[in-house]
Design a protein around this ligand. Structure first.
Ligand SMILES: [Zn+2]
Length: 451
């Protein structure tokens, strides 16, 4: 009886400890970046819930085994290994709470830009109307941009700017080493910036995100991600960006940081150099490379790779062609900026190792794509677990450092031969809005004896 009692007590205490070490919330990844080649990229991970912003620590082994970047912006349950330490909390496991692995970013997504001045820096790098008009539904405006990129699945209607307000602290109070390091106090900047703007905006009136525009350098970086906070009585996991003047000098950088706010990781090329800013086919990689230059807003955002449009729910399986080992088909894939099409937007080629290829078409058209490196079929290899899931494939050996080269552009007469499962993608002809391609699966090649 004594033993039984001991077991019961022990059992309860184990249960109690377990529940104290598990918490639900939104997984937020915060990215700090300069976009310069060879510069470090900084990533911080948080579990956001009404109890706070819990900094998460992951071992390399944990990162290798869990698709953390796939789940950014999603509701998760985190099991901790220990109580919070100074630098964060070690993570035992993460479990996705939502059923849906994708989608969720649709409809109106109003953001508010807050223009914040350090109290010892008088400069106003741009005026109020610059920031207000940045959200316009006109070419070069962010409402126009996000409508086009999302095929009208989202807009940023209702977004507005709040004119310059003064922070209570000096520049170096928030940013001890301007232009270097990672010591900007992002939380204080957020608290004081939103506080200074509070008389002029009702944060509880439907905003999803906050773009903070500062009048001087932060630390090394511009930052994008999110933060949990109660503003005007409303708690939410806000999409948040922290921008120094060089950031809003090119709207593509703002679009990139808003993309992080929507939960998107980086895209990359295939050169294996650890720099995720070297694919000029994606605003989530090189934010300004091969971008359209606007006289007012600088380098604009370009489109986002098709895998991320699929991830956010802006295209679905029915918009593309899904291949298999027995595929032998000729299809037309239209260019990504086309508002509507009866042809395909993409082809997905699933691979036996769980990864896949995403085939899309890019043309030098419209307000955001006309300065691309060329017109071609572009293929990304998508591996869900890595920190930049899509890497644009380059047939040059070695792959180019910056992927504006012919090697990433599949043109008429060229064939991509998949080295993993044996698919082929042959570019047959060019059409007004796209390319006609023949896709064959691996089994077909063996059956035909061409291997
Ligand atoms: Zn980034």
């Amino acid at each position: 009886m004594k033993l039984l009692l001991w077991l019961v007590v022990c059992g309860f205490s184990v249960l109690h400890i377990k529940s104290a070490l598990a918490e639900d919330g939104v997984l937020v990844v915060e990215y700090g970046e300069t976009f310069e080649s060879g510069s470090d990229i900084h990533m911080r991970y948080y579990l956001v819930n009404p109890e706070g912003n819990h900094r998460l620590l992951f071992s390399d082994e944990f990162m290798a085994q869990n698709p953390v970047h796939l789940w950014s912006g999603k509701r998760v349950r985190v099991q901790f290994k220990d109580q919070p330490g100074e630098s964060g909390r070690w993570t035992q496991s993460i479990e996705l709470l939502e059923g849906a692995q994708r989608g969720g970013i649709t409809g109106a997504q109003p953001w508010v830009s807050i223009l914040c001045k350090f109290n010892d820096v008088p400069a106003e790098p741009e005026n109020f109307s610059f920031f207000q008009n940045m959200y316009a539904n006109l070419p070069a405006g962010l409402d126009h941009y996000w409508r086009e990129v999302s095929y009208e699945n989202i807009n940023v209607v209702g977004s507005l700017a709040v004119d310059w307000v003064d922070l209570p602290g000096t520049h170096t109070f928030y940013v001890p080493t301007p232009g270097s390091g990672t010591d900007a106090n992002l939380n204080s900047l957020f608290d004081d910036c939103t506080d200074a703007a509070d008389p002029f905006v009702d944060f509880s009136s439907g905003f999803v995100g906050i773009n903070m525009m500062f009048n001087e350098l932060l630390d090394c970086c511009a930052w994008g991600g999110g933060l949990g906070a109660t503003l005007d009585g409303l708690f939410r996991s806000w999409r948040v960006t922290w921008n120094p003047p060089w950031s809003f000098a090119n709207e593509g950088v703002i679009a990139h940081e808003m993309g992080h706010g929507f939960g998107l990781p980086h895209a990359n090329n295939s050169d294996g150099d650890g720099n995720p800013y070297d694919s000029p086919w994606d605003v989530m990689s090189s934010a300004t490379g091969r971008a359209v230059d606007d006289p007012v807003y600088g380098r604009l955002g370009k489109h986002i790779n098709m895998q991320y449009k699929y991830r956010l729910g802006w295209v679905n399986d029915g918009d593309g062609f899904i291949a298999d080992a027995l595929t032998d088909t000729v299809i037309v894939i239209d260019q990504t900026a086309l508002a509507a099409t009866i042809n395909h937007r993409f082809a997905r080629l699933p691979l036996a190792d769980g990864s896949h290829y995403m085939v899309e078409v890019r043309k030098q058209v419209g307000n955001y794509e006309s300065n691309l490196a060329g017109e071609a079929v572009i293929i990304h290899h998508v591996v869900s677990g890595r920190s930049e899931p899509p890497w644009v494939i380059d047939q040059d050996v070695p792959p180019a450092d910056f992927s504006d080269n012919e090697g990433v552009m599949w043109k008429v007469g060229e064939t991509f031969n998949d080295p993993i499962d044996g698919y082929t993608v042959e570019v047959l002809s060019e059409t007004t809005d796209g390319f006609e391609v023949r896709i064959t699966g691996s089994d077909l090649i063996f059956a035909d004896g061409f291997n």
